[in-house]
Design a protein around this ligand. Structure first.
Ligand code: SAM
Length: 309
């Protein structure tokens, strides 16, 4: 394992934590018992114990010996170990200090694996990419994410425009379905638009709660987000585009007209109706029926009217 400064630790030796797959029920229980580790629900600690699911995740990431893999929340390293078999450089960010020495032991024979102690939401990821993934042909995020912060983590990865190839993550099934939803359905919302603006989503598989220790009380799914070279639609002002999207979904039962009236002000209602008709969007439609292209057109036309929100 490479230490925080990127150097292989002195005296690294073969698997002091024992050999074999970490992601099995027995090995995970043994490691937890050996180190006296207790799970923290507040940190979303549900460790994977199924080799097939681990393979599905790693295969979906299409890693090769010249690629980099960023893992968020390695736990005791079930997925880290698999990533290390495929990727040239692996960096795993773990918030729980108690897991750092355990990972240190279990990854000691892997000089291309680095463990960073920290909160992914607070770290300077652009800097970390420069320090950790120099020379990699592409970097992908591969993780079994802590469910309590899935959306903030993904939005940080996308909004910071990190040079990412794929994001393959295990998340709550319902959130995965919202990310991949197409216009017209009840799952389609501002999260679908935001994710699809930056990426092409694909559901890889759904996952039963029996493959974790401890078992979460929600269903899970693996989603693959292939990051687009440029966003799906061209917009003049991204922040404005997302404000318009948020406003359009503000109250799902309301029409676009009513939701957008709150955005532009009541006194502009007639102008808003005229503008929507002019750009071919029926004011009585609901936000959930608009495609990304229509949201882009809407944002552009609202900017032209000076409606900045
Ligand atoms: N990757 C392991 C596996 O699949 O068995 C563990 C996954 S567990 C669902 C999520 C992990 O994320 C935990 O180890 C937890 O401590 C860590 N975590 C939670 N919040 C975090 C944060 N803000 N930054 C980094 N790691 C975090």
């Amino acid at each position: 394992m490479a230490s925080m400064d990127g150097q292989a630790p002195v005296g690294a030796q073969a698997r002091p934590g024992g050999t074999g797959d970490i992601g099995t029920p027995k090995r995970t229980k043994d490691i937890v018992a050996k180190y006296g580790f207790s799970f923290k629900k507040s940190l979303g600690q549900n460790f994977l114990i199924d080799g097939n699911i681990l393979s599905r995740i790693v295969d979906a990431a299409e890693l090769s010996s010249d690629s980099g893999a960023l893992e968020i929340g390695p736990g005791i390293g079930a997925l880290t170990q698999r990533l290390a078999e495929k990727a040239g450089k692996v960096t795993a960010i773990e918030i729980d200090q108690r897991l750092i020495p355990i990972l240190g032991d279990l990854m000691a024979d892997k000089p291309h694996v680095g463990i960073v102690h920290g909160d992914v939401l607070k770290l300077d990821l652009a800097k970390l990419f420069e320090e950790r993934f120099e020379g990699c042909s592409g970097v992908s995020v591969v993780a079994n994410l802590p469910y309590y912060v899935t959306t903030p983590i993904l939005m940080k990865l996308l909004e910071e425009k990190l040079p990412l190839k794929h994001i393959v993550v295990m998340i709550q099934k319902e959130v995965a379905e919202r990310m991949a939803a197409k216009p017209g359905g009840k799952e389609y919302g501002s999260l679908s638009v935001a994710v699809q603006y930056y990426c092409e989503p694909k559901l890889v598989c759904t996952v039963p709660h029996t493959v974790f220790i401890p078992q979460p009380n929600v269903d899970s799914a693996v989603i693959k987000l292939s990051v687009r070279e440029k966003p799906a639609v061209e917009v003049e002002d991204e922040a404005h585009f997302f404000r318009v999207v948020q406003a359009s979904f503000a109250q799902r039962r309301k029409t676009l007209m009513n939701n957008l009236t709150a955005f532009v002000g009541k006194e502009r209602r007639e102008e808003l109706t005229a503008m929507l008709n002019r750009i071919g969007i029926d004011p009585s439609r609901r936000g959930e029926t608009l495609s990304l292209e229509e949201f882009a057109l809407l944002s552009k036309s609202m900017l032209a009217e000076g409606w900045r929100g």
